[in-house]
Ligand binder design. Structure first.
Ligand code: PLP
Length: 349
């Protein structure tokens, strides 16, 4: 199994240790009420499992549109097995042999990995030293390469950086093809951070992707989605596999959306824990990236692998990702963060 993992370009270790702060999940499991509603929904869907699911996931898309607001309707929404599959469908539809996609790194590695697996040429542009984008430099690199797709991630993984809306608008104005704004962590952004969803009216080359794996605490269900002009969704229909989203997945996602008040109720606590973590790490004299997400990137270590390994020896799994020398910790429960702080104190003293 380890041999097979070594061959996968996606490198997050899945280890059974007490404190797992490495894949940006929400640490709070579903409440008993949600589990009960899920069980009932599975029972209802189970009675019809001899039939294929709704291949257009119409009810789920209506619920997602209702959640997002911004005047969006089911025709603007599309869902798949995690936003990873959403990204794959986007690259299958708009990328491919002879086409290119550009992203600003460090960023979410699956953008370039899926570009590679769809034979889309990947153009790695760079973020600034503060992990943000300088509009003039971003525009220059887009004009130089004329990519078929531009990936912006806001808040960005692994840095936590949110992009101001005017920077996204400037990119949209010059990009010759599709602009994908990956907003997997949107719900964790600090007050005043606008979503690219507000730019959708009138922009038919903009795609905003989201997920239920993070703030919604449903990573195991595998539901990602996008909002875009209906013509974008028509293009995805040409590449999606029919019945890609199981009836059980659709039912579970709809139950989670119905419970959104409770699920998203964990976001405030996670934001507060994040801000406290940033402050604590800075208090240790470390460099820490400002974060609008449910994780924090910090450094710089001469040998980050050694720090990562010694944290793991203490039962705390974080992630070796981002620029050399930096590490990323996902925000967990107060108890998990206390364990992280205690372990890191021992490791770096
Ligand atoms: N986009 C970003 C920026 C992510 O960090 C992740 C997961 O970590 C994803 C997309 C994929 O999420 P999922 O496939 O679980 O929806």
């Amino acid at each position: 199994r380890d041999d097979l993992r070594g061959r996968s370009p996606y490198g997050a270790p899945q280890l059974d240790v007490p404190v797992q702060l490495n894949t940006n999940e929400n640490p709070y499991p579903p409440t008993p009420e949600l589990v009960e509603d899920l069980a009932q929904a599975v029972r209802r869907a189970g009675a019809g499992l001899n039939r294929y699911p709704d291949r257009d996931a119409v009810e789920l898309r209506k619920d997602l549109a209702d959640y997002l607001g911004h005047g969006l309707t089911a025709e603007n929404l599309w869902a798949a097995n995690g936003s990873n599959e959403i990204i794959q469908q986007i690259l299958q539809a708009f990328g491919g042999p002879g086409r290119s996609a550009l992203g600003f790194e460090p960023s979410y590695s699956m953008h370039s990995i899926i570009a590679g697996s769809t034979s889309t040429r990947w153009i790695a542009a760079e973020r600034e030293a503060d992990f943000g984008l300088d509009p003039a430099r971003a525009i220059a690199v887009i004009e130089a390469h004329e990519p078929d797709l531009v990936f912006l991630t806001s808040p960005n993984n692994p840095t936590g950086t949110a992009l101001p809306l005017d920077v996204i608008a400037e990119v949209l104005a010059v990009a010759p093809g599709m602009v994908v704004v990956d907003e997997a962590y949107a719900e964790f952004a600090r007050a005043g951070t606008a979503s690219a969803l507000s730019l959708l009216p009138g922009h038919d080359r903009l795609i905003v992707t989201r997920t239920m794996s993070k703030a919604f605490a449903m990573a195991g269900t595998r539901v990602g989605y996008l909002a875009a002009h209906p013509a974008v969704i028509d293009a995805l229909l040409l590449v999606r596999l029919p019945y890609h989203l199981s009836a059980l997945t659709q039912a579970a996602a709809r139950v989670a959306l119905a419970h959104r008040e409770t699920l998203l109720g964990t976001v405030d606590a996670l934001r507060a824990e994040r801000d406290a973590t940033v402050e604590w790490l800075r208090g240790r004299g470390l460099r820490v990236a400002d974060s609008d997400a449910n994780f924090v990137l910090f450094g710089e270590f001469g040998d980050r692998h050694d720090v990562w390994r010694r944290l793991l020896d203490r039962g705390v799994l974080i992630r070796e990702v981002g620029p050399e020398g930096w590490l990323r910790v996902t925000i967990g429960t107060p108890e998990e963060m206390a364990a992280f702080r205690a372990a890191l104190t021992e490791v770096i003293q």
